[in-house]
Design a protein around this ligand. Sequence first.
Ligand code: SAH
Length: 244
Amino acid sequence: MDMNALDQYVKVVLVETSHPGNIGAAARAMKNMGLSRLVLVSPEDFPNEKAVFRAASAADLLASVEVYETLDDAIADCSLVVGTSARERRIPWPVVDPRQAAQEIGKVVNQKQGVAILFGRESKGLKNEELHQCHLHLNIPTSEVYSSLNLAMAVQVVAYELRLLNHDAIEPTEVWDQPLATSEELNHLFDHLETTLTEVKFHDPDNPRQLMTRLRRLFLRARPDQMEVNILRGFLKAVNQLSR
Ligand code: SAH
């Protein structure tokens, strides 16, 4: 696969990183593998010279880093969101290993659409609500006795698999006729769905259970395109008009 295309469409998103050294080491891991788009969501301590020190000859990535306050803003334009996680979660989600993730990422890059790979906090990883923004969860296989890698090392493993991605090895998929919906478009759909389900009294926000999580999982698994999202929103609007 053309590494330039991967670099153009893939961003690495570090969520609320506490140690600036890890940010620098992640930048180095990325540059070694030909990636350059580093995005930070509310870093605890950045900029910091420790980051520059650990980045070595990848300090240019730190200079061009994008910093956002919220994860939503960081991934708004992405059509595939992959969340890395060392742990099993209460509600299972589609899980891939780094090699499978690289394949899925390659397919979306082939369609010239944006991809975000999320990495969590050193202390407690990604929150459930953040993992529920993801189409796929990426788990790096490890020993059962110690499954949590250092943040930058996890970035290294994932970036390496992208490096190995061979264009010809991507399973041929027919070219889709519509662009995939972005994270922002999907979030608007989920908000609209939630208000409508509340309006028709199917959903009780005071007793939400896992309804919205399960619906998110359903739609994210289907990877709806923009036209499909528009159809669903048109349908919801028609329901709104009847119930108001
Ligand atoms: N203590 C945290 C782990 C944080 S490690 C927890 O229990 O979730 C910091 C980050 O590195 C994680 O959020 C994840 O993005 C990445 N990471 C570490 N080990 C990983 C693994 N085995 N598979 C996938 N990502 C991993």
